[in-house]
Design a protein around this ligand. Structure first.
Ligand SMILES: CC(=O)SCCNC(=O)CCNC(=O)[C@H](O)C(C)(C)COP(=O)(O)OP(=O)(O)OC[C@H]1O[C@@H](n2cnc3c(N)ncnc32)[C@H](O)[C@@H]1OP(=O)(O)O
Ligand SMILES: O=CC(=O)O
Ligand SMILES: [Mg+2]
Length: 531
């Protein structure tokens, strides 16, 4: 059964509380945005394919000649609002009610509330996420754990909330306008703005977003136009909306100045989304046999191409008056104290590298890591809110060759088997509605799982061998998938295997890994299986 509301067709099942989110006025605004911006979004997505076709034919990404004047000119982004000046530690997490409260109560400056990498966009997840964020902004959010009876409520002075909306490639199939699905990005953006702007402005703040997976400054301009349309629709001044853009695709790293420029009245920071960036490096260079990555475990921020990316992002941002946020170490705390100590040491090393490079802040995946990240950034920043003064002017120029540098390291059988088990478990969790899960001591989300599955695809495509000499081909992968499925089944048990549709997940992993053409995003076919 569908419902028509203000020319929006709702295909998802309605619960009483959903009416508070999908009000007539909210739907009218969403429809207006979709009509104004969906056609251009489609053409931007088509452009992605054309650009990729050039890389597939042998070209390499490079700085754009047509925007050299923007890179050379002297300009700054708008002043950063006071409450966004100090972002030394940010926690991230899905828009689950209990986790939102825990995240806002953590010892961090910011909570990035995620409709993206860590959230499987089920209909209930999308709408209940909006309910949860509205209540969080109002300060009324509470939760009682049905199993333990534990009560959750917000502390005084909770962290600042920034919402991350879905990437431009994702569609919301439960909502249609004029007979067509609407963009997931606009759904999340519009409903969050509509339900929160009045309260956020009344408290002297603004409406803050993280924008994921942009591939070009044209896409940044599209968002800028969406912001201007929205501010004008609600008679609010330019700059009410502020954005932090994740630089997490390889094409985007060559357009950082242009992205800042396109959004210069709205942008406050860029962020190193390192996991999607690695995935994008694989995807963008998928036909380039000299740039195939080794085991995921050795692709750390010490690899020259990743180090160049972090340093160039800092240099570019600080020159323009924008913050340069670091990224996520995927470690999560362990129960065993000795193991935990080793994990905290790894997190300290990762965060120290970021702080010493000149990043203004960083991400943690779990409240148990906040103290470690705070210790590193407090030591570096002291009383200063950020490191905007670090210009890195003495660095040698960072070139396209630095950003594309091939990586050293082995492809091992253990690495390939781990990739299979991780991708299998992640897909099973995602199609069951959970977008972020702990697997073998690491946080796994849509970005990290993409690396696991695309690595194998690329190894097969280029006929690479494992360090033990075995040729990586479709037959080896299929055999390993069968074997590793048994390992996972023994680890998770028959009941969870059935409940989470592991057989379907294995089928999907098999089909996307052995396909001749690389599937653009794992979450596109997985969305067909999501409840
Ligand atoms: C590549 C990228 O895009 S990174 C950004 C996207 N990824 C993320 O945001 C990661 C978010 N993190 C998580 O989802 C979780 O930490 C996981 C799934 C990795 C691990 O979760 P769990 O197995 O539940 O962890 P654990 O059992 O140790 O949790 C202990 C407590 O911390 C809470 N917690 C854990 N992570 C978070 C978080 N990120 N935010 C808020 N609370 C959290 C749990 O809710 C739990 O609370 P409780 O004691 O009140 O029940
Ligand atoms: O979104 C962050 C990433 O690393 O990907
Ligand atoms: Mg990402």
């Amino acid at each position: 059964m569908t419902i028509e509301r203000a020319q929006l067709t709702i295909h998802g099942a309605m619960q009483p509380a959903y009416d508070d989110i999908l009000t007539d006025e909210a739907c009218t605004f969403l429809v207006a945005l979709v009509r104004a911006f969906r056609p251009q979004l489609k053409s931007l997505l088509a452009t992605r394919q054309l650009v990729q076709a050039r890389y597939d034919a042998g070209a390499l990404p490079d700085f754009l000649p047509e925007t050299a004047a923007i890179r050379a000119a002297d300009w700054q982004v708008a002043a950063i609002p006071t409450d966004l000046q100090d972002r030394r530690v940010e926690i991230t997490g899905p828009v689950d009610r209990k986790m939102i409260i825990n995240a806002l109560n953590a010892d961090v400056k910011v909570f990035m509330a995620d409709f993206e990498d860590s959230q499987a966009p089920s209909w209930s997840g999308v709408i209940e996420g909006q309910i949860n964020l509205r209540d969080a902004n109002l300060g009324t959010i509470s939760y009682e754990d049905p199993a333990s009876g534990k009560q959750y409520a917000l502390r005084d002075n909770p962290a600042l909330l920034i919402a991350r909306v879905r990437g431009l490639h994702l569609w919301e199939r439960h909502l249609t306008v004029d007979g067509e699905q609407i963009p997931g990005s606009l759904t999340d953006f519009a409903l969050y703005f509509f339900h929160n702007y009045q309260h956020r402005l009344a408290t002297g703040s603004g409406v803050y977003y993280y924008l994921p997976k942009l591939q070009s400054h044209h896409e940044a301009k599209w968002w800028d136009d969406v912001f201007r349309f929205t501010q004008s629709y609600f008679s609010q001044p330019v700059g009410t909306i502020r954005a932090t853009v994740l630089i997490e695709t390889l094409p985007a790293v060559f357009e950082m100045d242009e992205i800042l420029y396109s959004l210069k009245d709205h942008i406050v920071a860029l962020n190193c989304g390192r996991w999607d960036y690695i995935f994008s490096y694989i995807k963008t260079l998928k036909n380039h046999s000299d740039r195939v990555l080794p085991d995921r475990q050795v692709v750390t921020m010490n690899q020259p191409f990743l180090s160049a990316y972090s340093r160039l992002l800092i240099k570019t941002c600080h020159k323009r008056g924008a913050l340069a946020m670091g990224g996520m170490a995927a470690f999560i705390p362990a129960k065993d104290p000795q193991q935990n100590e080793a994990i905290l040491a790894k997190v300290t090393a990762d965060k120290s590298l970021e702080a010493n490079n000149g990043h203004d802040g960083t991400w943690v995946a779990h409240p148990g890591l906040a103290a470690t990240a705070n210790a590193v950034f407090n030591a570096k920043l002291g009383d200063k809110p950020n490191q905007l003064h670090i210009s890195r002017d003495d660095d040698a120029p960072i070139t396209a060759a630095d950003l594309l540098q091939p990586s050293d390291g082995e492809r091992t059988e253990a690495g390939m088997r781990t990739n299979i088990r991780v991708a299998l478990q992640y897909i099973a969790a995602w199609i069951s509605g959970k977008g972020c899960v702990p697997i073998y001591g690491l946080m796994e989300d849509a970005a990290t799982a993409e690396i696991s599955r695309t690595s194998i695809w690329q190894w097969i495509k280029h006929g690479k061998s494992l360090s033990n000499g075995k040729l990586i081909d479709k037959a080896l992968f299929s055999q390993m998938l069968t074997e590793e499925s048994q390992v996972v089944k023994a680890e998770v048990g028959d009941e969870l295997w059935q409940q989470q549709s592991f057989d379907k997940a294995a089928g999907l992993l098999l089909s996307i890994t052995t396909a001749d053409e690389l599937v653009d995003f794992l979450t596109l076919p997985a969305y067909e299986l999501l409840g």
